[in-house]
Design a protein around this ligand. Structure first.
Ligand code: UDP
Length: 582
């Protein structure tokens, strides 16, 4: 494979994308000098992922597959998750972004998991844990006669370890901690991040059941159960616990909430165990010891524009989905997993998470406001199409490569349809860094600002304007540098003079959109997504605790798998702040 790969359209990266790639993604020598350029990075990834073809056909045209994969990436229509870009074809070789590790109730097991998490962080993966199986604080320790310190104290150790590994790793390690609402330490957990900076490498989520949600709606009592003994330790009022978690989320964004029964209704392999946690940003529920690699399609580049109108280019989108599923399935084979158990779980279920980015840009191009029924319809149309095509692609792969090994033990076993190669296909990731590389809006989020000032080195200040907005502003004749600077200061264009009303209607940003629309958009995507959806529901600073509660309630009613809110100004440190950490 030494023929060079063919790139028809060159590579159109913004200076910002180049900076991100140079800092963390491109190969360097020991002195920190770059050993590859962005195009060579994409070639390294394409060749490595295409190599999996040999596993299935010794005479496969690996070169042709590599060219297909390369074009997907260099056209910026599809990008695999960051660990694939960073590690493919290199010594580390770990390509997945999402892991969930078990935390069993013994000293040995806890520290074994801590070690495994450190190894995963080093390779750019994020880890989720359920701490629900740990005996509560002050429970007896059989072998020593002492008392246990409980889930939250162990989370602090994980947090410190993450902090240290961060220094040498490819990017910051991120964690998710889940505690079931019926764990005796639930109140300590709900408040464990109340001081900004505490447990700064963790997102936390309370795992709630349908029974708990019903009890909370009716003001009923419910039992706390010691997971080690199975005995009841106390009884709490469900409404009061729910209110406590809502109030805490209002105060500083944490905890989020996970609807465990909803998540497990979509568990494709219940015979292998229950889903107890997700990865750090919540988009990927996984079984303990399972990992998943993600990839995202840039919807901003799937539009046909004519003089009269813009439409979604479904032919192009369909082709991308098929190639992307092929890419992600190959990635499973080419990734080196840090543990034999993880390797076996991943190869057994072959979960992949294909999602989207650039959705807000797509809506701008189509002339559809994010906060409208038409936007929800677009979301449903696009995502149901991706889901259907992804399943078709996975079935086509299964016919050549066989279904995933646990297929006969999965919910698909008794179905009439042809078998799939992958237990799950779709996930909506945050795409914090990928969207910078592809120069599009992140995930399914609305834009935060249409124009903003970026501080670059040596106190240079660079004005950046959303490209779709800039094009419209120029075309409609209201573009001026002064106006763009005003918009950068204000954040929103809604109250800026000199912009036509129809433009104001379409170009809405996060804070112009009411929290309800944020949740309804999340639900619209969830309906056609196997795994979960990463989404932050933005609230203005003056939002009330009651509003937060109604957002949590609405997310539950609409079938979301979890919900994360952020009230303006409520949190100084976020585990992942887009871009800046890349
Ligand atoms: N992630 C992580 N550390 C980071 C960013 C991301 O561990 O600094 C993991 C985490 O599991 C997250 C997932 O990668 O949920 C996907 O995040 P995102 O889509 O933002 O990553 P990207 O591929 O754009 O870098």
């Amino acid at each position: 494979l030494d023929k060079s790969l063919f790139v028809p359209n060159g590579l159109d990266l913004t200076p910002n994308a180049r900076t991100v790639l140079e800092r963390r993604y491109l190969r360097k020598d020991t002195e920190g000098r770059l050993l590859e350029r962005p195009l060579q990075m994409f070639e390294r990834v394409a060749r490595h992922i295409a190599d999996a073809e040999r596993n299935y056909d010794p005479r496969a045209n690996v070169q042709a597959t590599a060219e297909t994969f390369l074009k997907l990436m260099t056209d910026l229509v599809f990008l695999p998750n960051s660990p694939t870009l960073m590690n493919a074809g290199r010594r580390l070789g770990q390509l997945a972004a999402c892991f969930v590790l078990p935390v069993e109730d013994s000293m040995d097991a806890i520290f074994e998991t801590l070690k495994n998490a450190a190894i995963i962080h080093k390779s750019g993966g994020g880890t989720g844990f359920s701490f629900s199986r740990l005996r509560p604080k002050n429970a007896m320790v059989g072998t020593t006669g002492g008392v246990a310190s409980g889930p939250v104290s162990f989370m602090k150790i994980f947090n410190t370890a993450t902090e240290q590994v961060k220094q040498g790793g490819t990017r910051r390690g991120a964690n998710m901690a889940v505690l079931r609402v019926d764990h005796p330490d639930i109140l300590e957990f709900i408040f464990c991040k109340q001081n900004n900076g505490d447990l700064n490498n963790f997102n936390i989520s309370v795992g709630v059941t349908d029974a708990f949600m019903a009890a909370a709606a009716r003001g009923e009592m419910y039992d706390l159960i010691d997971p080690a003994t199975g005995t009841r330790t106390a009884t709490l009022n469900a409404t009061e616990v729910y209110n406590a978690l809502v109030r805490q989320a209002w105060k500083n964004g944490d905890p989020g909430i996970l609807f465990l029964d909803r998540i497990n209704r979509d568990n494709p392999t219940p015979a292998l165990g229950e889903v107890e946690s997700t990865n750090p940003c919540g988009e990927q529920p996984l079984l303990p010891m399972e990992a998943c690699n993600l990839g995202s399609i840039n919807l901003a580049r799937c539009v046909t524009v004519t003089a009269e109108k813009a439409t979604v280019d479904y032919d192009k989108l369909g082709r991308i989905v098929h190639d992307a599923v092929h890419f992600l399935d190959n990635t499973i084979d080419m990734s080196r997993y840090p543990l034999a158990e993880i390797d076996a779980m991943v190869k057994g279920n072959r979960k992949v998470g294909l999602g989207v980015m650039g959705f807000a840009d797509l809506l701008f191009k189509l002339g559809i406001p994010y906060n409208s029924e038409a936007a929800l319809e677009t979301a449903a149309a696009v995502m149901s199409f991706i889901q259907t095509e992804a399943v078709a692609a996975s079935r086509a792969l299964a016919s050549q490569r066989g279904p995933f090994a646990n297929h006969h033990r999965s919910i698909y076993a008794d179905m009439e349809q042809p078998a799939q190669r992958n237990a799950t296909l779709t996930t909506i990731a945050p795409t914090g860094t990928l969207s910078i590389i592809a120069n599009c809006s992140s995930g399914i989020e609305p834009l935060f600002a249409l124009s903003f000032v970026r501080n670059v080195m040596d106190d240079d200040r660079l004005l950046e304007v959303n490209p779709v907005f800039e094009a419209v502003a120029r075309q409609r004749g209201f573009y001026s540098r002064e106006l763009m600077e005003t918009i950068a200061r204000r954040g929103s264009i809604q109250h800026v003079e000199g912009i036509p009303d129809d433009v104001k209607q379409v170009f809405v940003t996060a804070h112009d959109i009411s929290p309800e629309w944020h949740v309804r958009m999340q639900a619209a995507f969830q309906k056609f997504t196997d795994n979960a959806v990463s989404k932050t529901v933005n609230l203005p600073r003056e939002a009330t605790v009651e509003e937060v509660r109604s957002i949590y309630d609405l997310a539950y009613q609409l079938g979301c798998k979890g919900v994360t809110i952020y009230r303006d100004g409520s949190k100084e440190h976020q585990v992942l702040s887009t871009g800046a950490t890349a």
